[in-house]
Design a protein around this ligand. Structure first.
Ligand SMILES: *Cc1c(COP(=O)(O)O)cnc(C)c1O
Length: 377
């Protein structure tokens, strides 16, 4: 959302070229909303959503822990003030030497989803705690995480038994219901699976204690989304349904929901044209596109709200595209985007709620365009 602080910053600093401006007050509000919605869960911010040092420092000072996917992200979290016990190495695909590097930094909580990965962790981080990720179907998510991560629950049992046998501490189960998950009930089926894994391991004398419920909490783009409170209620009810009175320790890992609505991208209209005199849709080219940070427009999955100085004028659907010489650099074409008919070259537009998954997705110098600049205020 374009807060007054963000609008003032853009108006007074007049940054040249596209840039992301993030308002830390919004990040803090989001953190407090998650804490209030799920007071018994620990919050592990998913660093990949936006690793700006100011954001990590704020969250570390508020008491957040961090879900990291690489040694570099672990170092960023620790540089921001997190101690190693507040870091989870949540990527299920790690080099053994990276597991060793994390272990040397003091990290002792690792994600796995197969026995091959367990063996790496057992060799490189002896005695560490591991949780096994189970597959979810991602239904209801606008940015599903597919089948790349996790194994079926029956295999998770074998993976955790194997971990315990190799001297690791089999600690629990994790899942991710898919990013931009707009169904507050989506956690129910995964928690049922998790409870089943807990029960099967208990039969083998292994007591699990942790359920990592992942991220997935949405940002409001064009459509309204449920509140953190609504997710909290639904998740708590599902925990009760499947674990009864013996509630496990729980973790949530919000990424998008923590920073998405805290950022706004300022961009500029470079060209407005048609492909033929009879062309139904105008083409509007911005100075930012898929390679400048808007990668989540892939398959037109995420539709960002865009405001222009001419809002209020008559609107007409446009094809919206980026500035690079790659034909994939089109943001919205299958479903054209309504923009004011008076929009013209040089107009400044705001692409709202772009605080998550933008700076880190921007290319380094494709076509000579610099990576997306970011200001955290
Ligand atoms: C990306 C990721 C997250 C954050 O997901 P959001 O949908 O942005 O909240 C959380 N956990 C893991 C393991 C991830 O890979």
């Amino acid at each position: 959302m374009a807060t007054q602080r963000i609008l003032d910053f853009i108006a007074t600093r007049r940054p040249n070229g596209p840039c992301l401006v993030v308002d830390l007050d919004v990040v803090e509000d989001n953190f407090q909303a998650f804490r209030k919605a799920l007071p018994d869960s620990s919050i592990y911010y998913a660093v990949k959503a936006n690793p700006a040092p100011e954001i990590l420092r704020l969250l570390a000072s508020l008491g957040s822990s961090f879900d990291c996917a690489s040694v570099a992200e672990i170092e960023m979290a620790m540089d921001a003030g997190a101690t190693a016990d507040r870091v989870s190495f949540g990527n299920t695909i790690k080099k053994e030497r990276d597991v060793a590097a994390a272990h040397a930094l003091g990290v002792s909580l690792f994600a796995v989803d197969c026995v091959e990965e367990v063996e790496k962790v057992a060799r490189a981080a002896p005695g560490a705690r591991v949780f096994c990720r189970v597959l979810t179907d991602g239904a209801g998510a606008e940015w599903p995480l597919s089948r790349k991560f996790g194994c079926v629950p029956a295999m998770a049992v074998d993976v955790l038994v194997h971990a315990q046998r190799l001297g690791l501490a089999a600690t629990g189960v994790s899942f991710h219901v898919g990013s931009q998950q707009c169904d507050t009930e989506a956690w129910d089926a995964a928690l049922a699976d998790a409870a089943k894994v807990f029960a099967d391991l208990a039969e083998q004398g292994i007591t699990l204690t942790l359920v990592n419920m992942g991220g997935g909490f949405p940002t409001r783009y064009l459509k309204d989304v449920p509140t953190a409170q609504a997710y909290g209620r639904s998740i708590f009810a599902a925990l009760r349904r499947h674990f009864g009175n013996r509630l496990p320790e729980t973790i949530i890992e919000p990424g998008r929901g923590m920073v998405g609505d805290a950022g706004v991208i300022k961009a500029e209209v470079v060209l407005v044209s048609r492909k033929s005199a009879a062309d139904e849709n105008r083409w509007v080219y911005l100075d930012i596109g898929k390679f400048g940070g808007l990668a989540e427009t892939m398959d037109e999955a995420i539709r960002y709200p865009i405001t222009t100085p001419r809002d209020g004028d008559r609107m007409e659907p446009c094809v919206l595209a980026g500035p690079t010489c790659d034909s994939a650099d089109v943001l919205y074409e299958k479903k054209p985007y309504p923009l004011p008919i008076s929009l013209t070259i040089g107009d400044e537009v705001l692409i709202e709620n772009t605080g998550a998954y933008t700076t880190t997705y921007s290319a380094v110098a494709f076509n000579g365009f610099e990576p997306l600049r970011s200001y955290v205020i």
